[in-house]
Design a protein around this ligand. Structure first.
Ligand SMILES: [Zn+2]
Length: 203
């Protein structure tokens, strides 16, 4: 069914991998600046310095990353864009395939299934989740790189208030963990999962 959806999208001239590959670098660079600058501020006990950056201004983000000297590791993340784009697109194709399966299982007419597919494909909440996930992932990796660059040896997993999942709770309960080493969940930095609001701070 996923293959059928992929074929249908290709027949419509839609290539989700290509679209994501264009968008991800900007999201990664923005997230990297936020994560690295926040980590730097925490280490130095200084105010957060984002320069003249405003969200979405990738060129300014890139310049500020250089100015702060926290670019180490960003190139590796950007090298992973094609793979990440494929993974995200695969996940979305599975979402669409599920809509197709549910519709055909329910015996819905083609136009109803078609409307459901369009609604799923154009769901702004899904797009926002993908974009937020990219930014937060980049920020977590940038924070770890900034800690290592600043000589921070030990980190601590901090959860947000509110409902915390068992995996993140266990990571927090682990206390001090060497930067770059895995927490009990297996993650070496936050986020642990989509919509995770945790962060790693110097211990
Ligand atoms: Zn979490």
């Amino acid at each position: 069914m996923v293959a059928a959806v992929a074929l249908w999208m290709a027949s419509q001239g839609v290539d989700p991998v290509e679209g994501l590959a264009v968008l991800l670098p900007g999201l990664y660079v923005d997230g990297w600046l936020v994560g690295a600058a926040s980590a730097r501020a925490m280490v130095d006990g200084a105010p957060l310095d984002l320069g003249d950056w405003t969200p979405g201004d990738t060129a300014v983000a890139q310049a500020q990353i250089e100015a702060l000297g926290v670019s180490a590791g960003l190139a590796t993340l950007l090298d992973g864009v094609p793979d990440a784009a494929r993974d995200i697109a695969d996940g979305r194709l599975k979402d669409l395939a599920r809509v197709l399966i549910d519709g055909t299982d329910a015996g819905d007419p083609a136009d109803v299934v078609g409307d459901a597919l369009l609604e799923e494909a154009g769901d702004p909440a899904r797009a926002a989740a993908v974009a937020t996930g990219a930014v937060v992932t980049a920020a977590g990796l940038a924070a770890m790189a900034a800690y290592l660059g600043a000589g921070v040896r030990m980190g601590r997993w901090v959860t947000d208030s509110g409902n915390v999942c068992p995996a993140c709770r266990a990571n927090a309960d682990a206390g001090e963990v060497p930067v770059g080493e895995p927490y009990p969940s297996g993650a070496v930095e936050a986020p642990q999962h989509p919509r995770c609001r945790c962060q790693v701070v110097p211990a």
